[in-house]
Ligand binder design. Structure first.
Ligand code: AMP
Ligand code: MG
Length: 343
């Protein structure tokens, strides 16, 4: 199959909407990462997403809609009052909420679960595609399963060339990490995956929020997963990744000694303000704070593969605010191989 890379314009949205309505898969930009979309009401179309990604069939997809009114076609019954408040505060935006699944949604979208994950993306191109297709669009991140999520159309092309008909190139994703996944079926609401909308932002609206224990550690043997995606190895670069946490000076000392004692092609991922601590070494900037790090992280991990790096040493950031999502992704990419250099 020939994969077309198109700029967002009237003709490309028309063609993309036609493809979606014919049961094909189209990659499109959102503010979090690029999505791989198909008509969420068409089971055969949705199966093509799993095929193109090599995604295990037991990992459910997020359904994207363009306005809160459209949710009635996707969920069963009414949105709980607290979910309405969250929608008012953070939709469109990087918040995915889990509800009881409606009958229109085939079970392959939700991997057989009786719940469904729903989000309104805050991106003009995503909104326009959903509106023109006049369908809810099921879309996971547009990467091959296990690879870092794509934050540019080029990342999508690298993974999907030849397996989907079209990629809409809307430039770099703004947030850079995927949405927060929040179970809102009962109180307290529960964060299953941290993302752009932080636990504090959620608590500000609904008072109390729980964060699933598995967010910052590997799953225990036999542990039931609330969000099936959490059990898979994710975001992993080809080189071995080690995270070092602690006071900046100690972290730098520990990283430098790990770097010096490692053979082969190696690279350090560090915050802008710490670059001078790694003078003379192969070092890549993750930006000035955790929010810039969210924006750059997946691109950095993909670059490590392009450079053929076999050992990567990364600084940690505080798991606060957007830093929780960053450390969740970085932790999973490193299979939670975290060294504590001390305070
Ligand atoms: P992706 O869009 O590739 O970032 O993956 C979607 C994430 O949402 C995965 O971690 C899924 O496990 C999670 N997810 C989707 N639907 C549900 C659901 N019904 N219940 C719990 N987690 C879900
Ligand atoms: Mg994904």
């Amino acid at each position: 199959m020939n994969t077309k890379l198109v700029k967002p314009c009237a003709a490309s949205f028309e063609e993309a909407a036609q493809l979606i309505n014919k049961g094909e898969v189209v990659a499109f930009p959102t503010e979090t990462v690029y999505g791989l979309g198909a008509d969420a009401t068409n089971g055969e179309a949705v199966k093509k997403i799993f095929l193109a990604k090599g995604r295990p069939g037991d990992n459910p997809l997020i359904v994207h809609i363009a306005s809160v009114d459209d949710i009635k076609n996707v969920i069963s019954g009414e949105m709980p009052e607290w979910a309405k408040k969250l929608a008012e505060a953070y939709w469109p935006g990087p918040l995915t909420m889990i509800f009881e699944k409606g009958e229109n949604i085939p079970s392959c979208v939700t991997a057989g679960l009786d719940s469904v994950a729903v989000r309104i993306p805050n991106h003009e191109d995503a909104k326009r595609l959903i509106e023109e297709a006049k369908k809810p669009i099921a879309a996971p991140s547009a990467n091959l399963s296990g690879r870092p999520s794509p934050t540019t159309a080029k990342h999508v092309f690298d993974d999907m060339n030849g397996s989907i008909p079209m990629i809409i190139d809307g430039g770099e994703s703004d947030v850079g990490v995927e949405s927060t996944v929040l179970d809102v079926r009962s109180l307290p609401v529960k964060v299953l995956r941290p993302g752009g909308v932080t636990p504090k932002m959620i608590a500000d609206v609904v008072g109390e929020v729980e964060v699933a224990g598995s967010v910052m550690r590997p799953l225990k043997e036999g542990e039931t997963v609330l969000s099936p995606g959490m059990k898979y190895k994710h975001y992993a670069p080809e080189g071995a990744l080690v995270i070092v946490k602690g006071a900046p000076r100690r972290v730098a000392d520990a990283i430098c000694s790990l770097y010096d004692s490692t053979e082969g092609k190696k690279c350090i991922l560090a915050l802008e303000g710490n670059l001078a601590l790694y003078r003379g070494k192969n070092v890549f900037s993750l930006g000035k704070d955790s929010s810039e790090m969210a924006h750059r992280l997946f691109d950095a991990l993909r670059r490590m593969d392009e450079l053929g790096v076999n050992a990567i040493f990364s600084e940690a950031v505080d798991a606060e605010g957007i830093g929780l999502a960053v450390m969740n992704r970085l932790g999973r990419a490193a299979a939670f191989h975290i060294v504590d250099a001390g305070e």
